[in-house]
Design a protein around this ligand. Sequence first.
Ligand code: K7E
Ligand code: CUA
Length: 651
Amino acid sequence: MRRALIVVLPLFALATLMVAGPGCQSRNGGAGGTSADIQTLMKERNLSEDDVVAALKTYTPSGVHDEYYIFASGGHSGQVIVIGAPSMRILKYIAVFTPEPWQGYGYGDQTTTLLRSGDRDGKELNWADTHHPALSETGGDYDGQYLFINDKANARVAVISLRDFTTKQIVYSNLLRSDHGATFVTPDTDYVVEGGQYPVPLGGEYAPIEDFQEKYRSAVLFWKFDRDKGRIVPEKSFAIELPPYMQDLADAGKLASDGWVFLNSFDTEMAYGGNAEGRPPLESGASQNDMDYLHVINWRQAEKVVADGKFETIAGTRVIRLPTAIAEGLLHFVGEPKSPHGVDVTPDGRELVVAGKLDTHATVYSFDKIKALIDAKKYAGTDPFGVPILPFEESIRGQAEIGLGPLHTQFDDAGNAYTSLFIESAAAKWSLKDLKVIEKIPVHYNIGHILAAEGDTIHPDGRYLVAMNKWALDRFSDVGPLLPQNFQLIDIAGDKMQLLADLPIPLGEPHYSQMIKADKIKAITAYTPVGIDPITDEPDPFRVVGGQEGIERKADGVHVRMTAVRSHFTPDTVRVKKDDVVHLHITNVEQAEDATHGFSIAEYNINLSLEPGEHANVTFKADRSGVFPFYCTEFCSALHLEMAGYLLVEP
Ligand code: K7E
Ligand code: CUA
């Protein structure tokens, strides 16, 4: 009730609120109760009425939960950032591709095995360039069950469960060396789409760069998702080979365009750089053509082609080769203005909005028209590989003159589109119906992606927009030459857009985020029954229940069965001999919410987070003799400092 009031509070109600002093006072406790007090505060802090309205729309009192979650890419950190909206409070970093000490991620056996499963051909990878998170969908709406995210730098995809906000799986195919059109899900999350970015010889072999056109290729992967298991099934996944253009963003069709995927490309010139070898630099070589190609891909038909066995297995992945894709009618191109970036399907699935960095327009394609041209085999020509190209003019409904550097588009519930303008540092609201700009709001600065509440679903909410700005310049206190990114929350519920709040992101360049209604997330507070391995979601074979603790010497080393409960570990004295292999099996036997214990051993790089009911295993060689205190790293109780013990390694 109180939240609803704050959110819809119009400006004229401000005065009412100011005189309704005692109501404020009860929560603020101190000064600032009366109209005069508020006026003084505003003056002291140099706040305008707009500022106060913005504060009222976002201020979230202690104990009150947010209406939305934002799941943001953590950029170079290889993590996911969870943010509450409208408060813009950061709630959590989810460890995904990178070791993360607080969550003990990459320090125990299970999480290390998961993290290392993303090592490509055994090369240890400890970072990622996460770009595009995708919430799982049911019938085209976010269902709050899973989140997927890609690593552009190493062409990997991760699966996160929103039951416990924990990474469950990392997959990759050696078909790709980088990705960008990832991750995007089909409307029922049958597939997680991963489109490549920079072409390489498929399967990871060497080929001279002069053989670019002949030997280099791109591909789009369709990772099959098994919702019941909550895991991607690589054996049931497949890929389609694509020409060596630099593939960019993707989006999955929905409703009218269900069964299709759309993928942008640039560098249809097939330039590959060489500015010190007498060739043009990549950026100018790749900007010669007036048109690049929107890839229109029929994934549902591709599924059938794979089922009919018309594929080759390359690097362990089932691949529909390019000639097969053309012959089976799986792949068509449509021209798109020079160096496009975002492609976004409208909520009804009938149209696609493509924005090009070097073009001031957003181009609106009609899926009905595209489909009719495909059915009629009406082509304007073919590309050098024989892919049919549909006539551009007959594929589009029109173009909206948006502004400088349009990149990405989101939608509301009233037929409007919102496009980010990188060069102009603004977000443009425009009408899908008549393709006219309605309003622009300046953002600070150099906006990349834009995200709207439930923005990629068939039912966008039309409440909030977030500008994900690349540059922060003068927005925050100085922190040296490396500046944070800036997320700006914008209210789009009213007739006029209003900038509400800034959130500096101090952890890599996030690229994209999605915003979901908070009541769709059903997270657990403890692992039940006690002894669950959070990576497998199953009871761990080594779980320990109270009374079964002990230390046992076996053929493969010393097994320590330990429990953690406020405020002790049992056993708390662990005796081993130098060079013993030690297997720690530790269960947090608590079920109380927030009763997390940590476990660390000095100088052994061992550090666990044991959430209520969680079980973790750690294997290590006791290769240095001495006395090593271990202790709980979470301030769990009044006797937390006493939650400790000794590892005694006898020489
Ligand atoms: Cu930064 Cu989606 Cu990788 Cu645009 S992408 S900004
Ligand atoms: Cu357990 Cu501190």
